[in-house]
Write a protein that binds this ligand. Structure first.
Ligand SMILES: [Zn+2]
Length: 234
């Protein structure tokens, strides 16, 4: 599959010489094959994962500030090529967190879902976050993804919770993204989760749920698929 490249106008000749092509309909520079990606590293914008499949998962969360319930989203992939794996195909389902960069057209779409970059004091950087539609406050990834009893764990993994909804993005290019990649089988529990587990015996958490890669791979079959998403130019 073609891989989207981010080639500035003034570098187009350099990219062309190396074999990059331009899709006139999508107005996108691309390389034909992931196997050649190292030639085009310069135009991957320091991204660390190239996603062939992308899904948007949706669930609800009560705002910690205004108390109103609203939809929060996350991006996940089950066909990806990570820099750390030497761009080898990975068909495990992976939830992407702390996203710092994505192609502009995808970013524009995600912004409509109130998912756009904001500054985080916790990590001293800006990354894509969910925002409350009512009070506009941020729902950072630490709270959504790393705290037991919070939206992501509750909706994705708790046995009693309703299944979450998802849509597949119909992309015709593999999309480079900069995000934190999970290592589910290596880290089953942070110290915080462990402490919470010890102090709240009845609380389901990542350790007690045994959230392994095998479990994460069941996300698609156990969730409700909604209409595919078409984003022009990706
Ligand atoms: Zn709010």
């Amino acid at each position: 599959m073609k891989v989207m490249l981010n080639v500035p106008y003034e570098e187009k000749n350099e990219a062309k010489v190396l074999g990059a092509k331009f899709d006139w309909d999508a107005k996108v520079w691309y390389c034909e094959d992931i196997a050649d990606i190292k030639l085009f590293n310069k135009w991957l914008n320091k991204t660390n994962v190239i996603c062939e499949n992308l899904y948007i998962f949706k669930m609800n969360r009560d705002c910690f500030r205004c108390g109103k319930s609203s939809e929060v989203v996350l991006l996940a992939t089950d066909r990806s090529y990570a820099l750390e794996d030497n761009y080898k195909l990975n068909i495990n389902m992976q939830i992407l967190t702390y996203l710092e960069w994505m192609p502009r057209k995808l970013g524009d779409y995600m912004e409509k879902l109130r998912y756009y970059p904001s500054y985080s004091k916790t990590v001293n950087a800006s990354y894509y976050m969910n925002h409350c539609p009512n009070c506009k406050c941020t729902h950072g990834d630490h709270f959504l993804h790393e705290v037991p009893n919070e939206a992501m764990y509750k909706h994705l993994f708790y046995k009693k919770s309703a299944p979450c909804r998802y849509s597949k993005i119909e992309n015709s290019f593999c999309l480079p993204i900069k995000a934190r990649l999970p290592h589910y089988d290596e880290v089953n529990s942070s110290m915080e989760l462990l402490m919470l587990h010890l102090t709240h015996e009845d609380m389901e958490n990542r350790a007690s749920l045994n959230v392994t890669q095998k479990e994460i791979n069941k996300l698609l079959p156990t969730s409700i698929r909604e209409e595919d998403i078409v984003i022009s130019g990706i």
